[in-house]
Design a binder for this molecule. Structure first.
Ligand SMILES: [Zn+2]
Length: 480
């Protein structure tokens, strides 16, 4: 039976502008998803938009727009990324979708039935920018350090709470039994420490009078679900839970064979690996298989910010140098798990070295030698992707996998230098042909490894080899 693979990103807030960190997350997920397609798996790759909450409601009001029309407009912008970044996601879930709403309400009812939802006075300082509660120690001069221009709101109302505290021990037991649950290790240690420190029940609803834009709480018309509780459920609603049990079980997995891979930024560690898992425990559903946590992207050693003028727009990279140039940067230059740094100078330097010279130049040289010296295309009998490359992607180490591709590129460069097939063609054409055929086969395999990373370039290499042609123009023109 065909293996089933499920991967999901987090859902960006619908009115955020897609930034480089977001592009990193979705390109990483895309590389992993495409790799599994290449391996013959049936893949569900989920992405979408988080559309509820006070922030969106107020923005729509400010612009005098109907809230649904407002989120429709933004969701369409996000879905357009598919083309811009050459993404292969199969599902685009929106939390305002009626099916998602029904799933969230069903999820709520199960948790309630299991005794994990109760009502209590909720008194808290709240940042609407973050859509998160803030403790005094998290505030700077009474303001959120991330949103210094927004006032901290004091909320005091009766809300529903999720009994997170009840799931502390089961969560810790689960962590112990699954030592590769959160990747990388240092993030896993971080969340273990947090959960060991005790779990505080959290509020999962808001008064409808104050926040009309949300999913109604089942059985209480005065309350709507709080954004996190609602949004996290997308990971199962996208698979048709609770109505399509077969599809859900196939892709999400079972208790004995967990299958769901989730990727998220380090600011989402707590939500994905502890809050959401606690919710799954409460609902009696299998937990996720892996939570992969990536870092942030800085620019020139500093956090990107409008005031510093160092914000990098991923679409500027795509417009200037192409989608594969951005995907290359994410895979090979960015750190897969730790923070990364982007500057235009460093980008140009690595682009010239690895794409213009490395991959682009090698492809031109080999295909040109082949077209000149071979009368017909080299027939590729076996499609060999090295085990080391597979092993790296199986543990989600994209940077390591990309490193293996570029090491092979360097090896072939060296091999051409040493064997000089273009010169040999004049003195010993038979031997030259053998060397060239071997180079073509190895280039083909580079193309196969690039299939998940640089899908367009991979296809170009394959076509050139199959037609025994060489590119008329450089694949990656040099940047000055
Ligand atoms: Zn904030």
């Amino acid at each position: 039976m065909q293996n089933k693979f499920f991967i999901t990103t987090t859902l960006p807030y619908v009115n955020d502008k897609p930034h480089l960190g977001f592009a990193l997350e979705i390109i990483q997920a895309d590389i992993i998803a495409r790799y599994h397609v290449l391996m013959g798996d049936e893949v569900v790759f989920n992405f979408g938009t988080d559309e509820h909450g006070v922030k969106i409601y107020r923005k729509a009001q400010e612009q005098g727009k109907d809230t649904q029309a407002y989120v429709d407009e933004y969701a369409a912008k996000f879905d357009a990324l598919k083309k811009g970044l050459n993404l292969s996601y199969t599902n685009f879930i929106r939390t305002s979708d009626p099916k998602h709403k029904a799933a969230a309400q069903e999820f709520w009812k199960i948790c309630e039935k299991n005794g994990d939802i109760y009502k209590q006075i909720y008194k808290v300082k709240y940042c609407v920018g973050c859509e998160l509660e803030k403790t005094d120690s998290e505030l700077l001069d009474g303001k959120c350090p991330i949103h210094p221009n927004m006032a901290i709101e004091n909320i005091e109302e009766e809300n529903y709470f999720f009994r997170w505290s009840k799931h502390q021990k089961p969560l810790l037991d689960f962590y112990t039994a699954n030592p590769d649950f959160v990747i990388p290790d240092f993030r896993f240690n971080e969340i273990k420490k947090f959960v060991e420190g005790g779990l505080k029940d959290f509020s999962i609803s808001r008064l409808k009078t104050k926040m009309p834009w949300g999913i109604p709480v089942p059985g209480d018309d005065a309350q709507v679900m709080y954004v996190w509780f609602d949004a996290l459920i997308n990971y199962v609603s996208t698979l048709g839970w609770p109505s399509d049990e077969k599809r859900f079980t196939e892709f999400w997995g079972t208790r004995d064979k967990r299958n769901a891979v989730q990727i998220a930024g380090k600011d989402n560690l707590r939500q994905q690996s502890a809050m959401w898992q606690g919710m799954l425990l409460s609902a009696g559903l299998p937990l996720s298989k892996h939570i992969i946590i990536h870092g942030f992207i800085n620019s020139g050693g500093q956090k990107m910010s409008k005031s510093l003028g160092n914000v990098i727009d991923p679409f500027e990279v795509v417009e200037k140098f192409g989608t594969d140039a951005l995907r290359y940067w994410v895979a090979k230059e960015a750190n897969t798990f730790e923070d990364s740094d982007f500057t235009w100078d460093k980008f140009k330097e690595s682009y010239n070295a690895d794409l213009a010279n490395g991959l682009g130049n090698l492809t031109s040289r080999i295909t040109k030698m082949a077209a000149t010296n071979l009368t017909e295309p080299v027939s590729i009998l076996v499609d060999t992707i090295p085990d080391s490359f597979k092993a790296a992607i199986e543990v989600f180490d994209i940077k390591k996998a990309a490193g293996i591709v570029w090491a092979e590129i360097s090896t072939l460069d060296l091999l051409i230098q040493e064997t000089k097939p273009f010169a040999l063609a004049k003195t010993d054409p038979a031997k030259a042909k053998d060397i060239i055929k071997n180079l073509v086969i190895r280039l083909y395999n580079i193309g196969r490894m690039l299939n998940p990373i640089l899908p367009e370039t991979s296809e170009t290499i394959k076509t050139l080899i199959q037609e025994n042609k060489f590119p008329e123009k450089p694949l990656f023109p040099r940047i000055d």
